[in-house]
Write a protein of this length. Structure first.
Lengths: 151, 151
């Protein structure tokens, strides 16, 4: 029987208990995970943005579905910025993340709050509400990327 | 004002309308997206697996949260296997995906059905139900990976 190596590894990596960071055995795994969550988030945020900016016709269902995914994804990356994950993989994360933990967490919390608003706005089916919430999420993304991501 | 290149690109990529595949401007973007969704899915599936296999103590909330993410992620990758995405990026997807579209879709549908069962089982907080559903999801992953993923 062939074996699912990545899945088996994912399962093995969770063999430590308690702290969230223990979900990742190596910094490389944490980096891969947080980047993957960001990739999914950016893709769906982009779909909402295309509608908010009038590049594609507004489709309330697509906006609501993508906004819900953005909201879900916005909760995920943070546990993967644990100690020692500033290197060990392909990352543009700046050291300031680990020296400004309170400020970094504030940004992470703000993103989650703003994406929740975006998701709520999209559920109403009101394009103007989506535009407003989209802009606020975008500003929140930008503030953190400016401060904590290498260009 | 600095510009969020990846976000701007994500938004620009959605400038075509209608088919889902138009969400991705280049095969590389589709490949990156589907792999990211799989990475997030595998990580959370692994966390449930660690509990199902007794490697870490069962935590009903963690199991429910991770299973819900697995369920959400299981819906995402498929639109990113559009025509022409068999190459153009770093992918282990086999050509059979595009020559056996009906069978591939069957596997994708089955995964979504089984992950919905896993999520429902995890919500009950019953570890035995989680174990059963986890096994069924694992078999579904494996069947598709055996058929459609290069080793």
């Amino acid at each position: 029987m062939k074996f699912l190596a990545p899945l088996a590894m994912a399962i093995a990596f969770t063999s430590l208990s308690a702290p969230a960071f223990a979900q990742f055995q190596k910094p490389e795994d944490a980096i891969k995970y947080r980047k993957a969550a960001m990739t999914v988030m950016a893709s769906h945020f982009g779909r909402v943005g295309a509608m908010a900016n009038g590049r594609v016709p507004f489709d309330a269902k697509v906006a609501a579905d993508s906004s819900a995914i953005v909201e879900t994804m916005s909760r995920l990356p943070w546990e993967a910025f644990g100690p020692g994950t500033d290197k060990g993989g392909d990352t543009r994360a700046l050291p300031a993340i680990w020296t400004e933990q309170a400020k970094f967490k504030e940004g992470a919390d703000k993103l989650q709050a703003e994406t929740a608003k975006l998701s709520a706005a999209a559920k109403t089916g009101n394009l103007d509400a989506v535009k407003t919430a989209f802009g606020a999420v975008g500003q929140t993304c930008k503030a953190c990327h400016d401060a904590y991501q290498k260009n």
